[in-house]
Design a protein around this ligand. Structure first.
Ligand code: MN
Length: 246
């Protein structure tokens, strides 16, 4: 059984990946470990073997699409093996903006493939590209054909409502709760669509990379923010995960 959930981290990108996987397996955190290139998929399967609540996701990160677009065919090859898809999505921030058209081609391909097979759960990146991500989901992935978790969502409150109407979940990390804007956004999310994440090792806690067990702190911050007991917040998040996985 698991006590909490880290629905977006990159265990294969820690300084010592096999130790990161082993620590996640020993923890009581349901961990979705996303990949940035489909080439990483076989090794992630090996690392997570036998770890009941550590699950790899098959990804092609928008930041690498510019020079790895041709790996979409590798992504296709592994697709039937994967229940979880991620990290995928769009990134229109300055360093990725130039590849946005290519990113859209890749993301649409991924969404269509998910819609045609059905039953996949996606962890989706939408930095500076919330509208385009939601437009693509609305067009290519009906809610009945796949479930989307928006990772580190930084859109507006009204965009979060549109996302919720499309059936999306939101995985929330500690960084999002550091700004007033972030706290306002997270307060407005429908509580039955919220999960927690770390995005480790790309976030840090006390100068070290965050690891899945650090979600416990995010659970207690969420409880405070929403004015509920920490144990109740933990229960809500576990129920949300069960609903997503059902
Ligand atoms: Mn990430």
């Amino acid at each position: 059984m698991f006590e909490s959930v880290d629905f977006h981290c990159h265990l294969d990108l820690y300084p010592n990946p096999s130790e990161a996987f082993a620590a996640a397996a020993r923890s009581r955190v349901y961990t979705l470990t996303v990949t940035t290139t489909p080439r990483a998929w076989p090794q992630n399967l090996v690392f997570s073997k036998g770890a009941e609540h550590v699950h790899p996701a098959l990804g092609l990160h928008p930041e690498v699409v510019a020079h790895r677009f041709n790996e979409l065919s590798i992504w296709d090859d592994y697709f039937p093996q994967a229940r979880f898809i991620g990290e995928v999505g769009l990134d229109a921030s300055p360093k990725c903006f130039r590849s946005l058209d290519l990113q859209k081609q890749a993301f649409e391909h991924i969404l269509k493939r998910c819609a045609s097979d059905g039953g996949k759960i996606l962890s989706v990146h939408s930095l500076r590209a919330v509208k385009a991500v939601l437009d693509s989901i609305a067009t290519h992935l009906p809610a009945a054909r796949g479930k989307v978790v928006l990772h580190w969502f930084t859109g507006s409150v009204s965009e979060s409502r549109r996302a919720a109407d499309l059936g999306c979940f939101f995985s929330v990390n500690a960084e999002m709760l550091k700004s007033e804007r972030g706290r306002t956004l997270v307060s407005a999310l429908p509580m039955n669509r919220v999960l927690t994440e770390t995005d480790g090792p790309f976030t840090s806690v006390e100068g070290r990379p965050a690891n899945p067990s650090d979600v416990l702190d995010t659970v207690s911050q969420l409880a405070k923010l929403r004015g509920v007991d920490c144990a109740l917040m933990g229960l809500t998040l576990r129920e949300n995960l069960s609903g997503l996985l059902a």
